[in-house]
Each structure stands twice: as C-alpha cells, then as structure tokens.
Design a protein. Structure first.
Length: 318
C-alpha cells in the first residue's frame, strides 16, 4: 500500500492482482508536460492538497479527497455502436467533456478519474489533454458492464491508498448537464451519511407488475410520493462502497444497474440520502434523448462559466 498523506498519493502502488492497474496517469501538470516525459514506467497519481496560506490557522482540520469517477466505458448499443455516445458533440463539445467539466470547475472536487473502453480511450485522452483538465489524475479501462467499470475505479483507488473516509462521487458520463447544486449536495450529504444519490421525484404513477403468461399484470401501486427516479452522481465514503462491492462479488447473481443498489442490497443498514436532481441531468441512451438534451446546453454553458470563474477565486478573496 502506498504512503498517503493529506490529499496526496505519493508513490505507485503494487500491480493489482486483478490487472486493473492504470497504464496512464496524469499529474496536474500533464497538459503542459513533454509527451515523452508523460510516459513513465512508474506513473504516479497525486491528489490535490488543500491550499496553504500564512493567514490560515495552523490547526485547520485536514480535508479528505473528494474524487469524481466519470464512467465513460459504455458501448452504447442502444444508441449507435459505431458512434460512441460519450464522444458525440452537443453544442460543439463532446458529451464526455461536458461531464468532466462539471467536476473540473467545482472547487470542492479535488480529483477526477475517467473510466473508458478501448474503443474511445485514445480520443478521450486527446480530449483531456486538449481541454487542460488538470484534475484528471488517471484514465483507466473499465469492463464489460457498468459495475465492472466501477470496480476498476475502486480497485485503482485502493491500490493507490486513498483514505477510507474519502468521498467518492460516481457519475455517468452520458449525463452531461448535471448541476453544481447536485454535486455539492452529494458532498454535503456525506458529512451526515455514508451514501447519497441524486434523484428526481417521480411525477408519474409507478406500477409494480407480475408475469401472467406472456402478459404483465399490475401487482401493486406504490404511493407516488415515495417514488424517485435515480440519477447520478451517486456518492459514498470510500470504505462503504468498497465494502459493498466486496460483499457483492461473492454473490453469483450480482447484476445491479447502479452503485446505490449495491449498497442497498449488500449493506441494508446503511442509509442512502436523497439529493435533489434536475431535469437537465437526463441520461443519453437513444438518439431521441440526444435531441432532448441539446436544449439544456445554452443554460449549462452559462452556469459552467460562472462556476469556472468562482473556482478561480479563493473564498476569502471573494
């Protein structure tokens, strides 16, 4: 295990027995580095340290890393297998860049890990370098399913000695217009809970069904006031999500579609807080979704510009 101090990973970890060690890690200066220097036999990942100032109290509490994991490893078979949806442009910007920027421009996020598939890896690496996303510490390959990609990211973070109390926000890259309030809401919720998820209250009545031959029939109609539509990010203390996945790995029937369910199913005593989502935080699954999401691009551009400026100003200077 690597030596880990406040917010910084200092050394490369031993090679993972699952062969999930990232073969390309970035330091914050990677965008300006010589390409030959960027390829090292012993890549190091450094998580940002809190800024120091002579005016700050010497006894200021240590800050834990707040790591965003952006999942961009899907193959998008329902969208267009020949045209990966995470690379499709919305308002002249690839979808994956919109998602990375949501965390890059939030000053409360210290680090970003992007999980990709081999088909899009080279292009995502190019986009990260071109965009100058200084918080992106690593781009790693995921797996065949979403849970495999999450496990790859968790394994990498464990290999590099991330603190057990670190805050980890896991986000679908194809939700490009997540709002800052949802991201910060997750970070705040983890001060009280060990898990939280962004969700929208359902405006439709939800039906629970049974199979009756070839036809579905209504089994129950739950109270709509208790029904929510899950979004991302889904946020956890690292020890919580890591332990949930360790338990799930022992279950041969383990096939969840999101990370919150892993905690709910395998750590049932862990309460998962709801954080308010937004209509703009919709997921691009089909071509029709792409057309719908385009209407959020203008407002997102305005908000991201404000976030970027605010992120450049220290709170005591604002």
């Amino acid at each position: 295990m690597v030596a880990f101090t406040v917010g910084r990973m200092r050394e490369e970890s031993p090679e993972s027995q699952h062969n999930r060690q990232p073969d390309r890690a970035r330091q914050s200066q990677a965008c300006d580095a010589d390409p030959q220097e960027a390829v090292q036999s012993q890549p190091a990942i450094e998580l940002a340290e809190p800024a120091e100032s002579a005016d700050e109290p010497a006894a200021a509490p240590a800050q834990v890393p707040v790591v965003a994991v952006v999942l961009a490893a899907g193959f998008g078979t329902r969208f267009d297998a020949r045209n990966p949806k995470q690379l499709v442009a919305v308002a002249n910007k690839p979808v994956v860049c919109w998602s990375i920027e949501a965390f890059e421009y939030d000053p409360r996020i210290t680090d970003i890990v992007v999980v990709v598939n081999p088909q899009v890896r080279d292009e995502v690496e190019r986009l990260v370098d071109e965009g100058g996303y200084a918080k992106v510490r690593a781009i790693i390959e995921g797996g065949a399913e979403r849970v495999d990609s999450t496990e790859s990211a968790l394994q990498m973070l464990a290999d590099f000695g991330i603190p057990q109390d670190a805050k980890v926000l896991i986000h679908d890259s194809v939700r490009p217009f997540v709002e800052r309030s949802s991201i910060d809401g997750c970070i705040d919720a983890l001060d009280e809970f060990d898990a939280a998820t962004v969700a929208m209250a359902s405006t439709d009545t939800i039906l629970i069904t049974d199979d009756l031959g070839e036809r579905k029939v209504v089994h129950a109609v739950p109270d709509r006031s208790d029904m929510f539509r899950a979004q991302t990010p889904q946020a956890f203390r690292f020890k919580t999500i890591r332990h949930a996945y360790e338990l799930a790995a022992r279950d041969p029937d383990f096939h969840p579609t999101d990370d919150t369910r892993v905690v709910v199913d395998y750590l049932p005593d862990t309460r998962v807080a709801i954080v308010a989502g937004s209509e703009s935080n919709m997921k691009i699954t089909t071509q029709d979704d792409l057309e719908m999401v385009k209407r959020f691009a203008f407002e997102a551009t305005r908000k991201r510009a404000v976030d970027r400026v605010q992120g450049m100003v220290r709170p005591d200077e604002a």
